[in-house]
Write a protein that binds this ligand. Structure first.
Ligand SMILES: [Zn+2]
Length: 484
């Protein structure tokens, strides 16, 4: 059934069209047919327009009067292409999508030229398709994302096959320790048959483009000389090849590939054969800190925190959680295998959910000194957690990166001696959602804030062979840069 139709209405429309088609084909006016079947022309008109359901006895009379069998009259197929278009236009104009536009309806009468009808129906079909896509894509994305997160949680976010692959490749390229240099990344790419090129005109929908025919990886220019992001982008582009990815056929597959290339790049930038001994030593010293891990490998705080979730549980025996939160309090990305309960929507998705105000991830925005990590203990309904939060700002505004562990594991971390302790009883609305009673009494009915729109966490994506990427733009780009 087409979107925007209700109940069995479409059958009545088709039936009406079939009657009108047969009647005009027989050269009868509504009046003449009315005389033959003993019915008012106005009633027949309502039936032909699909607005009145005829009684079976009347239907039999109509069929007989038009020289048809009852079955022929009730055939669900429109009698002609023209009739099919008229029915489609009628259906669309009766739907809520059209009603919401506030436009006048067009009567699909004989006077309407067929090309005009074709175009109107084509436009309506496209409008319906876009409306469905706008709902379906974020929904599908949220479900797929949740599935992946739960799968990672079940494996303690550790994927040995990617670890090994990354280790072999960086060792081969000459890496021995510390930060992976751009030079080493270039060598690694060369060994796989790729040259890395920086260009100013990458398609806006792509982060990188790989020319498989000519063995080239196109990346944006470094906005900051030596910027760290480019190593990761290059490694992610390489990862698609190394991991033998095929064109994603679904959003879920697209997201899975994204998770895999991100993991692979992180495992190259912070290889486990160097990272694990580093972390083990810091644990022995009871001085684990994301900031040191970050600095030792020259990655962002977020990348270091994420990487810690790969290694901490399997290699150090520490369950933990990770959060990236906007200054509006909305969760952008999260992971846990330590029992901390994230707020979630009915599909199980956590992205975009507002976090408890008492959590370190949000409390950290309020302090003055933002240069170092903020430490806090939080009592929650699932236990007490120790958290380390670093705030920063990026293209989408201020955000905080948090790594936290259950109370029993705080002893391995720098900052365990903090005196800051908060209590969170969320999802109990009395925790931080409901305003304080005395304030509510003073301001209820006297306040009129204007909402800031939340950033779309998973917006509808353009169509194309690769979700989110504009094929035409990508191909034109590759053509522009292809060697002679
Ligand atoms: Zn709360």
């Amino acid at each position: 059934m087409t979107a925007g139709t209700a109940g069995d209405e479409p059958d009545l429309i088709t039936l009406g069209r079939r009657i009108r088609h047969a009647r005009t084909g027989a050269g009868l006016t509504l009046d003449r047919l009315g005389e033959r079947v003993d019915a008012a022309p106005s009633l027949l008109s309502l039936i032909e327009n699909g607005r009145r359901e005829p009684k079976l006895s009347l239907l039999r009379s109509i069929a007989a009067a038009l020289g048809l069998s009852l079955n022929e009259l009730l055939d669900p197929e429109p009698p002609s292409r023209r009739a099919a278009l008229e029915i489609a236009l009628d259906r669309h104009q009766r739907g809520p999508l059209f009603a919401g536009l506030g436009l006048p309806a067009v009567k699909p009468s004989q006077k309407l030229a067929t090309p005009v009808l074709e175009q109107l129906v084509g436009l309506h079909d496209e409008l319906a398709r876009r409306a469905e896509e706008a709902i379906a894509t974020p929904e599908e994305a949220r479900r797929a994302n949740t599935e992946l997160r739960l799968e990672r949680q079940a494996r303690d976010n550790y994927f040995p096959q990617f670890e090994q692959l990354a280790e072999d490749l960086v060792r081969d390229a000459g890496y021995t320790g510390g930060a992976l240099t751009h030079r080493t990344v270039a060598v690694l790419a060369e060994r796989l048959g790729f040259t890395i090129l920086h260009v100013n005109d990458l398609p806006r929908s792509a982060r990188s483009v790989t020319d498989l025919r000519n063995g080239r990886i196109y990346l944006p220019p470094a906005s900051v000389p030596g910027g760290h992001g480019l190593r990761s982008l290059a490694l992610q582009a390489i990862a698609h090849r190394v991991l033998e990815h095929e064109r994603p056929r679904s959003y879920a597959e697209f997201l899975r590939q994204r998770v895999e290339i991100t993991y692979f790049a992180a495992a190259c930038l912070v290889p486990q054969f160097v990272a694990v001994p580093f972390l083990e030593e810091r644990k022995r010293e009871r001085d684990l800190a994301v900031e040191d891990f970050r600095d030792a490998f020259g990655v962002t705080h977020e990348a270091a925190a994420m990487r810690l979730t790969n290694l901490a549980t399997v290699k150090l025996g520490i369950p933990l959680h990770f959060l990236r939160v906007g200054d509006d309090g909305a969760l952008f990305r999260g992971y846990e295998n330590d029992g901390l309960r994230f707020p979630q929507d009915p599909t199980g998705a956590i992205e975009g959910q507002l976090l408890c105000r008492r959590w370190a991830a949000r409390e950290a925005f309020d302090r003055r000194d933002v240069a170092t990590e903020y430490y806090q203990y939080t009592d929650t309904p699932t236990g007490t957690y120790w958290c380390s939060t670093q705030t920063g700002s990026g293209d989408t505004g201020a955000f905080s990166i948090t790594v936290g562990v259950p109370y029993a594991h705080a002893k391995w971390f720098r900052g365990r001696d903090t005196r800051v302790r908060k209590v969170s009883t969320c999802p109990d609305p009395a925790c931080c959602v409901r305003p304080a009673p005395e304030l509510a009494e003073r301001w209820s009915g006297e306040a009129w804030p204007s909402a800031r729109m939340h950033q779309q966490v998973l917006a509808a994506l353009p169509r194309g062979a690769f979700p989110g990427v504009d094929d035409a733009e990508v191909y034109a780009f590759l053509d522009r840069h292809a060697p002679e």
